[in-house]
Design a protein. Structure first.
Length: 292
């Protein structure tokens, strides 16, 4: 038997508390008040089963610790052997987990376990595709807060499994000044002065700009750590990199796609953020096959 934590790569740590919370919530949603009435009605309690979790496509795996935790939640005695780890690139037909234990538990946990692996591997696989297209540049690919409500920690973990980086997790761990903040606060200098007077010494301040004129205003204040270049074309991005001259970290954002990311990275920006990594990742095809 293996524990969920043993499936982690240290580079993509996911808290055991987050795993337990997500698994408990997902199983409660699926089992409802009466449990798996189909398995209870058709499978004798003492029946055992063996199964293999199989990748039905190539890609990058994420979510195996959650699959293991799901199975162990319903049958602590279940035996699981891992053939892959989160962050691994896998091929179609590759075995991911071998499972042996009470048949009712295996069948009841099947869909929840597959949902975790399918969703998170889809994000990891798409992220890896984005990252691959920035090879040869200094640019890092990062996600956004455009995540499934209640699953942010898991989805951001999957981004890391795919070789990406995380933007802020929530509203409470960094200051990100958007165009509406600037409008309400009375301009770039005013909003940055207020932000800097409020921020602790470990809190970063990022501000979004739409034009090079705004970019110059930000640089003149010397109060920002990061500048988000929103929906700028390639020529404007290159000019922004020249203007910054390394004084601030630059993040390009807005409408980034697999087809456009390589050219954006080529402008010299430090980061490219894309909500598509989490909100538009296709599900990864994975199955659980019962061994006869």
């Amino acid at each position: 038997m293996i524990a969920p934590a043993s499936l982690h790569f240290s580079e993509a740590f996911l808290s055991p508390l987050a795993i337990d919370e997500a698994v408990t919530r997902a199983l409660a949603e699926d089992l409802g008040r009466a449990g798996d009435v189909t398995s209870i009605a058709t499978i004798p309690e003492e029946t055992g089963a063996s199964a293999i979790m199989v990748a039905r496509q190539g890609g990058v795996i994420a979510g195996l610790p959650l699959a293991v935790a799901t199975l162990q939640k319903l049958a602590p005695e279940i035996r699981i052997e891992a053939h892959a780890h989160d962050g691994n690139a896998v091929t179609r037909g590759q075995h991911l987990l071998t499972i042996a234990g009470p048949a009712r538990a295996v069948l009841s946990a099947e869909r929840t376990a597959l949902n975790f692996v399918g969703r998170l591997s889809g994000i990891a696989t798409l992220t890896a595709d984005y990252v691959k297209r920035t090879e040869g540049t200094k640019t890092r690919v990062c996600c956004t807060r455009k995540t499934t409500p209640g699953l942010r920690a898991l989805e951001k973990y999957a981004v890391r499994c795919g070789g990406g980086f995380n933007h802020r997790f929530g509203l409470d761990d960094a200051i990100l000044i958007k165009d509406n903040h600037i409008a309400v606060a009375g301009g770039v200098r005013a909003v940055l002065q207020r932000a800097r007077s409020h921020a602790g010494h470990l809190v970063k301040i990022e501000i979004e700009v739409d034009t090079l004129a705004q970019m110059r205003d930000v640089l003149d204040t010397g109060l920002a750590d990061v500048v988000m270049l929103d929906n700028m074309d390639l020529a404007t991005l290159r000019e922004a990199v020249k203007l910054a001259a390394g004084r601030v970290v630059l993040e390009a954002s807005g409408g980034v796609t697999l087809n456009s990311i390589a050219a954006i990275a080529g402008t010299g920006v430090d980061y490219i953020s894309s909500g598509a990594l989490t909100h538009s990742a296709p599900n990864f095809d994975v199955a659980l096959d019962i061994e006869a």
